[in-house]
Design a protein around this ligand. Structure first.
Ligand code: CA
Length: 226
């Protein structure tokens, strides 16, 4: 069973796909606009997104490109109504795993869905960008911005943030941080870790004394909640 997100504004198609995938045993979320689809993909982290091209607010091409730019690891199948769209999906290198042209048969559609799920999305691709709140991290260029303004993080602080993002929702102990960020060559204390966290919080937290993103887990370490 996989978690699948459908982004399609035509009710008949949306409900038809939803029913069929639920019948196959999947957990299915369905939304109607590009904006809500993007947000649902970020929040729910589905294994697969079924993405219509022609959508209100933000079209499917933009949604796909944005998600891949942020390192979205799941599969993406585009739904297209026109031959030109198929060429565009192929030509733009948006990061879609497959496309299906309307009208389509349910049997074929379910087969495509299963094929993309079997391939397991793109989990192995490194993340290029990550956004939380008004913070944007660019992992390729080691740059961080808050509300569009550059932050002055040291390379080590940036590395710590990257580790948090890659393990979001999981508690990372001080010892794990020492091991992965400082390595075995020098011997800083857990106090060093805490000092770095204080400095990162000053830059990224709206209220550093009441952190929302880098949460302290008493007696263990920290957890990133982005
Ligand atoms: Ca549509």
């Amino acid at each position: 069973m996989a978690k699948i997100l459908i982004v399609e504004d035509e009710p008949a198609i949306r409900m038809g796909i939803k029913d069929n995938l639920e019948y196959e045993g999947h957990e299915v979320l369905a939304v109607e606009t590009g904006e809500t689809g993007l947000q649902a993909a970020r929040d729910e982290r589905p294994e697969l997104v079924i993405l219509d091209v022609m959508l209100p607010e933000m079209n499917g091409f933009e949604v796909c490109k944005t998600l891949r730019g942020e390192g979205f690891p799941g599969g993406i199948i585009m739904l297209t109504a026109r031959k030109e769209d198929v060429d565009k999906v192929r030509g733009l290198n948006l990061g879609a795993d497959d496309y299906v042209t309307k009208p389509f048969s349910v049997v074929e559609f379910v087969a495509r869905v299963n094929a993309v799920l079997r391939r397991g999305g793109r989990a192995s691709e490194p993340m290029a960008r990550f956004r939380f709140g008004d913070i944007e991290l660019d992992f390729l260029n080691y740059q961080a911005t808050k509300g569009g303004e550059p932050l002055s993080l040291t390379p080590r602080e940036f590395k710590i943030l990257k580790l948090f993002v890659e393990n979001r929702g999981r508690v990372i102990s001080r010892n794990e941080l020492l091991d992965k960020i400082w390595g075995y060559t020098i011997f800083p204390t857990t106090r060093t870790v805490d000092n770095h966290i204080v400095r990162i919080r000053k830059q990224i937290e709206p209220c550093p004394s009441k952190p929302e993103y880098i949460i302290s887990v008493r007696g263990v370490g920290y957890k990133f909640d982005g």
